[in-house]
Design a protein around this ligand. Structure first.
Ligand code: CDT
Length: 317
């Protein structure tokens, strides 16, 4: 990777308004195509679309796995529905990140995202690791969050690839709340992290005040961008999908932790930042010079324990 003093990457986030049950893939892809055109015209080389971008956020509905596979999963990527997006991206010379429900040839189901380069090739695939929600039918809840029923835990780690003259890592939605996600990327020298999300305004698991949905989303991204010296671009699918509201607040965050661009609607909306990648290098040379300052010999519990346990014995007291 070549480093210069002033390396720039035009990054766009293409936020989506609601996708209703009645909206077919063709109509959805037409919306993505329009936003890709706008993003390219505004100087973006990488466009970030949401999680499960091609359908409504279907894990809110109780149904069998077979029905979900039939209605909401992609059995190949690309496929005839999304080919226009791939073709346009290639002709414009821009790449994109796209989230979708993946059904493999072997019958596995993942909540997946892909990174497509400016030549229209899939250069990386991520399968969501931190699956939120439950697998049982919560009959008293206003809606379901059945990611643990419909998806397996991702089996592809947290991939970072060289693309767009930088290094790019991917994750999906709930992954953004876990510091391990971002540290895995920054330890692979990712300079840009991209994600899509569907975050219901109402948390069915506990009585979380609605305003915290936005503040915990933003604080996770801003802290993670700063602590890992990365650019982070996050795309919502938001607004009211058949009466089920999800937060917007799509952002592009600089390695300073500052928000460089933010959506103001809950509809299809493109934001763009000309990301200065040399900011990453600055932070990584100084306060977050990992090789100089990290002390992994004191971090062993992070990989040894899943849940919290007893304090470690005190030393040297
Ligand atoms: N899609 C997704 O991962 N949403 C979660 C909701 C958590 S509440 C069950 C999120 O972290 O936004």
């Amino acid at each position: 990777m070549t480093m210069s003093d002033n390396r720039k990457l035009g990054i766009a986030v293409a936020q989506m308004g609601p996708v209703h049950l009645a909206d077919d893939r063709k109509a959805v892809v037409a919306r993505l195509v329009e936003m890709l055109k706008e993003a390219a015209a505004r100087g973006a080389r990488l466009v970030v679309f949401p999680e499960l971008a091609l359908t409504t956020f279907f894990p809110r509905y109780w149904m069998s796995e077979e029905e979900a596979e039939e209605r909401f999963f992609e059995h190949a990527m690309p496929n005839a529905h999304v080919q226009p997006l791939f073709d346009l991206a290639k002709s414009l010379g821009v790449g994109f990140y796209l989230g979708y429900a993946e059904r493999t040839a072997g019958g596995e189901r993942f909540n997946t995202s892909i990174l497509v380069d400016a030549s229209g090739n899939i250069v990386s695939k991520y399968r969501k690791i931190h699956l939120p929600g439950h697998s049982d039918h919560k009959v008293d809840a206003p809606f379901q969050h059945l990611e643990k029923k419909f998806f397996q835990v991702g089996d592809a780690g947290l991939p970072v690839v060289e693309a767009f003259d930088t290094r790019v890592g991917m994750c999906l939605c709930n992954d953004r709340r876990w510091p391990e996600t971002w540290r895995m990327m920054s330890l692979q020298s990712a300079e840009v992290g991209v994600l899509g999300y569907n975050t219901p305004s109402l948390n069915i698991h506990w009585n979380e005040p609605v305003h915290l949905r936005m503040s915990t989303h933003l604080i996770s991204l801003q802290a993670s961008a700063y602590q890992n010296a990365m650019w982070i671009a996050a795309a919502a699918k938001c607004g009211s999908e058949d009466g089920h509201h999800m937060i917007g607040g799509s952002v592009i965050v600089a390695p300073t932790g500052e928000i460089a661009a933010r959506t103001v609607t809950e509809e299809d909306e493109v934001i763009v930042a000309n990301a200065d990648l040399s900011l990453v290098e600055g932070f990584r040379e100084h306060v977050f010079n990992f090789a100089k300052h990290r002390r992994p010999e004191h971090y062993h519990l992070i990989v040894e324990r899943v849940g919290a346990g007893e304090p470690l014995p005190l030393k040297n007291i």
